[in-house]
Design a protein around this ligand. Structure first.
Ligand code: MRU
Length: 345
């Protein structure tokens, strides 16, 4: 099995997700800004993976700060954290991981800089390990919602590539397969950046999980034909009321699912929950470059200078969501109460 990301000997090594599935290339980041750039360019993407990468980025940035003075150290670290935090705006895991790293550093602030650096390195490794374990636990809870023989539709890539390993939505599918169930997957290609076609289709194929790739506009056709039993997607940020920001196109799928009476599930770790935001309306939606809309594989297929819009995410209101699968269990409505309980437990 491929490794999405790893951190050894002061180097963060990640599979270049912009090159998959045609080439399996790994890139190495040796500084915090290099990690930030890899996140911005989507070499590493997917909310939990972005969080893990950022934690590793904070750690390598910390190791490079050449001082014995803790005050100066924290001032410099703050600058590095700001660079990492500006890489992408929607996935809250990025900010969650940076905050956790800062708190970890501050918890040993009265020790030597050497000691602070050691703790930060340890914490980055811990965040990585925890993410894999969280996904496996989420998978165990979520797989109970899937019957043997079911066909699951998914959107974007919420798999091992989007996490430290195993995946959230794809982790639930993996856990169902590991429990001996025969599962088939419909993967939406996920325009404009094609994470479904390039990453989910590749990842599931590598794992020998039967997968059919469709274009996004085929989803309703297959729902109407009763070929889809349930939908599972990941999340980039979940507001306190259970509204979910996820890859653009998720909202349309949820509306279609409601029309066809198909259960719509979101799988995400508790770290994706942002209790500071009352509703999904407050979630910042990233606008990405026009080229992702006008070009595929570097080739333009739209008129030059055409006006484009490119929101990379959309928001699915909680009323369209059957349940949110987390490592703390399967959370249902009333979301405000139950999400808060899960976060604080
Ligand atoms: O723009 P991306 O590829 O980072 O978007 C990824 C998604 O929308 C995923 O569904 C989400 O991050 C959950 S990943 C487990």
């Amino acid at each position: 099995m491929f490794k999405t990301i790893e951190y050894n000997d002061g180097i963060v090594r990640m599979i270049d997700q912009t090159r998959l599935p045609c080439e399996t290339i790994y890139i190495e980041c040796k500084t915090g800004p290099e990690v930030a750039e890899a996140i911005r360019k989507m070499v590493v993407r997917g909310a939990p993976a972005i969080g893990v990468a950022a934690a590793m980025g904070v750690s390598i940035a910390a190791q490079a700060i050449d001082t014995e003075d803790p005050l100066f150290f924290f001032k410099e670290l703050e600058k590095q954290c700001d660079i990492l935090a500006s890489s992408r705006p929607t996935a809250v895991n990025l900010f969650w991981a940076i905050e956790r790293m800062k708190r970890t550093g501050e918890s040993v602030a009265n020790g030597s800089v050497k000691k602070i650096k050691e703790r930060l390195k340890e914490e980055a490794h811990r965040i990585y390990q925890e993410d894999i374990e969280t996904n496996k636990t989420m998978g165990r809870h979520g797989q109970e919602l899937i019957r043997d023989g079911a066909t699951v539709m998914t959107h974007c890539n919420a798999g091992a590539l989007a996490t430290a390993g195993y995946g959230t939505a794809l982790g639930v599918i993996r856990a169902a397969v590991e429990a001996g169930k025969k599962i088939r997957v419909y993967a939406n290609e996920t325009r404009p950046f094609l994470q479904g076609a390039r990453l989910t289709a590749w990842e599931l194929k590598e794992d020998n999980i039967p997968v059919k790739l469709i274009t996004d506009n085929m989803a309703g056709y297959f729902m109407r034909k009763r070929e889809i039993d349930l939908i599972i997607v990941g999340a980039d940020r979940i507001a306190a009321n259970g509204d979910v920001a996820n890859k653009i196109g998720t909202y349309s799928l949820a509306v279609l699912a409601k029309e066809h009476g198909i259960p719509f599930y979101v799988a995400a770790p508790i770290s994706t929950l942002d209790l500071n935001l009352e509703s999904g309306e407050q979630i910042p939606i990233e606008e990405r470059s026009r080229e992702e809309v006008t070009h595929i594989g570097g080739k333009r297929f739209a008129p030059e200078d055409i006006e484009v819009a490119h929101p990379a995410f959309d928001m699915t209101p909680n009323a369209l969501i059957h349940a949110i699968i987390t490592e703390k269990g399967v959370i249902r409505s009333p979301f405000i109460e139950n999400l808060k309980k899960a976060k604080l437990s």
